[in-house]
Design a protein around this ligand. Sequence first.
Ligand SMILES: [Zn+2]
Length: 361
Amino acid sequence: MTTRPPLDSPASDNRVPSRRPGRHQHKPLPELHLLEHLLQQGAPALRSRILTEVRDGERYLPVYALELGSASHTAPVLLLSGGVHGIERIGTQLLLAQLDTLLQRLNWDRSLQQLLQRVRIVMCPLLNPVGMAHGWRSNGNGIDLMRNAPIDAEQPSPWLVSGHRLGRWLPWYRGKQDQPMQTEAQAFCSLVEEQLAAAPFTLALDCHSGFGMRDRIWFPYSGRRQLLEHAAELHALLQLFEHSHPHHPYLFEPQHHHYRTHGDLWDYLYQRHYQRQQQVFLPLTLEMGSWLWVKKNLRQLTSYTGLFNPLVPHRHQRTLRRHQLLLDFLLRAVDAWQNWLPADDKRRLHQRSAERRWEIP
Ligand SMILES: [Zn+2]
């Protein structure tokens, strides 16, 4: 029996890292270690491939895609991603904890075994391994992967947070104009589009942290004051969740309620998908409210990692537990998508409710 690497040890590197070239050191990456351990443990039911490898000084770090469940191209898909921003380790840790739970339950849980004969879970839990190894938001080239898609915001917010082209020494750098997307972003978009090409229904959850006191579920658009074209379906899904779990902790909002950003990968993927085909694709972002962890432990203010991750062990464990209900709900909602997806009059009602709720004129 192999020893499981620690799942619940918060990151310990508290320094604001240097982004200067030539300063790469081979930093440990426990999340990658745990991911590879779970790959071994979960095979052959858990299928994996390396989407791309990214250079980190003298070494190359893999970006993995994992699949669990139905291999049929026409199965509905739950897509889970994390680690887009390397400093937000908790998103990756949450997905690895969920993967561990799924693998354990698959040994005995007949309802889960049957569900996964119909549904495919696709996971990319660590998209930016170089950023995570060094404790950076950006990737190894200093580029913010969530500002890197070739798409401009309408009425962008005036702050740097919207994304900028000033230079990689500042956070939220988009990269140079007319340059191809970064290797990690390209690999991720190919993975998502490969799934979208045939799946009759796709639901995505991308795990982030670092904004606000509450846990939020964000959805497109980020770059303009407009709801996604599947707003009716999205409203039906969120209402289903609220009715099924009335005491849930989340706020549901379009991201543009807070700030509008250039180069959002989900805006880009959603728009491309909608222009090509009509199958429903609902991309959600879980934005874990990290300011609450800071408020409860002000020492985290002195640590860059502490602004984005729970550092106290019991709060870290609570965070890993807290979102299990949501993840389980999403899996079941994907399986039963035909039971709740609204049509005709119901769809029009949900569309109006979505517009009223999120104040789109
Ligand atoms: Zn993030």
